[in-house]
Design a protein around this ligand. Sequence first.
Ligand SMILES: [Mn+2]
Length: 198
Amino acid sequence: MSKVHEAITLASVCHFGQNRKAPINGHYLPYLIHPFEVLKVIWGWGVADETMSCATILHDAIEDCSFNKVDAANMVYNGMGKAVYDIVIQLTKPDKVDKFSYLETFADPTKTSTESLVIKLADRMCNYNDFLAHDEEYAVKYMRKADILDVALRQRADEITNKWSFNVMQAVVLTWRSHQLDCDSLEFELSKSQAATA
Ligand SMILES: [Mn+2]
């Protein structure tokens, strides 16, 4: 069994019995579909090494686990090793930190690795897509709350080139931009229809 399959087994333990928050046509999908979707995004960018793949599969395994976070953290560390653990920890919002301060850490290369930033961007886009199917207004709000990630990507794009390649950086930037554009036009449409009904 490859390490990625081990990560999948571990993620299925951590997310045992959980479903996604936003329903699709009234149906709540099992939580595990989400880390798989994020994995597809980063593989699509050409980032498919074992550490990144395992960290992506486990990116919510501590923050959103179905049991004690300390136990989940130990399981990730013992099962996956330090490299994967370090990425997953950076993708876990500490309980006492507010959401904005946490998102700000992705603009600071001394606080988050390039690996964590790339997974965070893919995660945000996947969540945005999920919310779109359920509540467009919420999806826009959700994306706008993460404008700091847009700044982070602009400031740290060179790191992505250095870590992987120019093509990977370009793929990340293009996908991110297209989601931002989609969000911009949706925000505009929503403001027009709100003005029309006011
Ligand atoms: Mn996630």
